[in-house]
Design a protein around this ligand. Structure first.
Ligand SMILES: C[S@@+](CC[C@H](N)C(=O)[O-])C[C@H]1O[C@@H](n2cnc3c(N)ncnc32)[C@H](O)[C@@H]1O
Length: 297
């Protein structure tokens, strides 16, 4: 948690955030929360408040709700603060990583949350901010930190990790079949010239990709995902955060998690099943609903 949180409030962000960000699955999220939030004044924690799209829709739909919004990205928080200014008396925005959900909540002195939302991963802000290095489509410094105060960058990983370590993160976090080839190519290139820009990395990966595989998706896609996950310790943080959130939730509350890739999805499902089966053994009744956004099954 960041004790100096007002920093992000000072950042001037001229963009029209309502145009740049429409929340994914807005109506679905509201309807999943409705049974817990419709009838009483409740606290909601948006653990990934981002540019405040979901937070805004929750605050509008449930006029008695108080919302705590967390994000590790100060730029996103600055946008959320502007977007949510009309709800100022009902919100607290905190610069924090979501595995700090319990201390952040405790500090507000508010009642236990009846709703907790995780909308995982990067935001369009990250992908569209060319200079932050998240996108393989634009040449930029290989940064990829969601929190600019963190020390590890993608360039530092490419400069410092040995071949086996690079291969492992490409395999594990990118599920990349060409991990060994790509790790080898990176090690060979960095002796010649440091790999500090996304354009340079894309060129290395393209050169290391067999011609027959050039048309099966962009060769850099999985490596960029793996680097981003490693830079931000995304999976380890999620692994800690889900049980913390379940423990924090008030009786009859609801947790909604949107995950967009299989590694996150696995962690979420396994943690819910673990915690809920342990809870059921103690005699409580729990419901677990897993839905697929693409078909709403
Ligand atoms: C998909 S976006 C959320 C968009 C948001 N629901 C909205 O409607 O604007 C994910 C956000 O979560 C943040 N984030 C990712 N991992 C985080 C973590 N471990 N702790 C806190 N925030 C995180 C990112 O910085 C990003 O702003």
């Amino acid at each position: 948690m960041d004790g100096n949180q007002p920093q992000w409030k000072e950042q001037g962000l001229p963009m029209n955030f309502r145009d740049i960000h429409i929340p994914v699955l807005k109506e679905r999220t509201l309807s999943l929360f409705a049974p817990a939030l419709d009838t009483r004044a409740a606290v909601v924690i948006d653990a990934t408040v981002g540019m405040g799209g979901h937070a805004e829709s929750i605050l509008r739909r449930f006029p008695d709700v108080h919302l705590i919004g967390l994000d590790r990205d100060q730029q996103a928080l600055a946008i959320a603060a502007k977007r949510l200014v009309e709800f100022e008396s009902r919100i607290r925005l905190v610069h924090a990583v979501y595995d700090e959900i319990q201390p952040v909540w405790r500090e507000t002195g508010w009642s236990r949350p009846l709703g907790i939302l995780f909308d995982l991963g990067v935001s369009s802000l990250h992908l569209d901010s060319v200079d932050r290095g998240f996108s393989y489509a634009h040449d930029a410094p290989l940064d990829m930190r969601m929190n600019a105060q963190d020390s590890l960058t993608a360039a530092a990983i490419l400069a410092g990790y040995d071949e086996a370590h690079l291969r492992r993160i490409f395999e594990t976090y990118g599920e990349e079949k060409l991990s060994a080839r790509y790790a080898r190519a990176i090690i060979a290139e960095r002796v010649v010239r440091p790999i500090e820009r996304s354009g340079h990395l894309v060129t290395i990966l393209q050169a290391a990709t067999p011609a027959a595989l050039m048309n099966s998706g962009h060769p850099a896609k999985r490596v960029f995902q793996a680097l981003r996950i490693e830079v931000n310790s995304e999976l380890a943080v999620l692994e800690r955060a889900i049980p913390e959130a379940i423990e924090l939730l008030a009786l009859n509350g609801r947790i909604v998690v949107m995950s967009y890739q299989s590694l996150e999805d696995k962690i979420v499902r396994e943690n819910f099943l673990d915690v809920l089966s342990a809870t059921c053994r103690q005699g409580f009744l729990s419901y677990l609903s897993i839905t697929c956004p693409s078909c709403d099954c």
